[in-house]
Write a protein that binds this ligand. Structure first.
Ligand code: DAT
Ligand code: MG
Length: 226
């Protein structure tokens, strides 16, 4: 049915838009879900641009999102899964470790404390399943509360690994978490994702999407340029 006052143009109607009056744009031959995604993304971006145009500093564009204000430029930022292991929690090192990531300037988007099930631990360390230390590692990681976190920011995966330090704490540089706070490989206080694929897998394993916050620190402009 054509809405009053809306003229549907036959020539411009999309390929699967059989109903008259549905569309005034020629959509490429994409599945309906993809078309809807593009359509709503476009509308959302346009609304945000209109809404924030007055407060957009001149020459201050976020390249990956057109001329949206910088507050939206973190939408596709990198995330890493970080966990303070039971030894770190038992030793009262949570504040110390969390503080190092905060002071670096990364953004905390997920945080919870839990004692992992064996199933969760075995999935998390599945890559080490065949290693002789696997059983002991699973026993250790399920032995008490773990503080699970997701941190966000440009380059956070590699940077977190540097903040954490080498797997063997005696080989970790002073100034790193393991270098400063641990001695033994089996008690190295913290885990950090080692690559984008593992980060994605681990975040999905430990957190539901609803447990992660999209937010912008009030001082974001002082953390990262542009
Ligand atoms: P990392 O935690 O630095 O990513 P990894 O993925 O190689 O290190 O190993 C996972 C954990 O398994 C590690 O933090 C401690 C434990 N582990 C690794 N190698 C070990 C070994 N040879 N003996 C005992 N535990 C070990
Ligand atoms: Mg690892």
């Amino acid at each position: 049915m054509t809405l009053p006052g809306v003229q549907a143009s036959e020539g411009l109607r999309g390929p699967s838009q059989g109903k008259p009056g549905r569309s005034r744009l020629a959509w490429p031959p994409l599945p309906r879900g993809a078309r809807n995604w593009f359509r709503w993304r476009f509308r959302a971006m346009r609304a945000l641009r209109l809404l924030f145009a007055p407060c957009l500093p001149k020459g201050r564009a976020a390249p990956e999102h057109g001329n949206l204000p910088f507050v939206f430029s973190s939408m596709a930022a990198e995330r890493s899964f970080i966990a303070i292991k039971p030894d770190g929690v038992q030793r009262g090192l949570v504040g110390e470790i969390l503080g190092r990531f905060e002071r670096k300037g990364f953004k905390l988007v997920g945080l919870k404390q839990l004692t992992p099930s064996r199933e969760l631990a075995e999935s998390h360390y599945g890559v080490h399943r065949e290693r002789p230390f696997f059983a002991g590692l699973v026993d250790f990681i399920t032995s008490g509360p773990v503080v699970a976190m997701v941190w966000e920011g440009d380059g956070v995966i590699a940077s977190a690994r540097k903040l954490i330090g080498a797997t063997k704490p005696l080989e970790a540089e002073p100034g790193t978490i393991r270098g400063d706070l641990a001695i033994n490989i089996g008690r190295n206080v913290i885990h950090g994702s080692d690559a984008p694929e593992t980060a994605e897998f681990e975040i999905g394993l430990w957190f539901t999407p609803a447990e992660l916050s999209d937010w912008t620190p009030a001082d974001q402009v002082w953390r990262a340029e542009g």
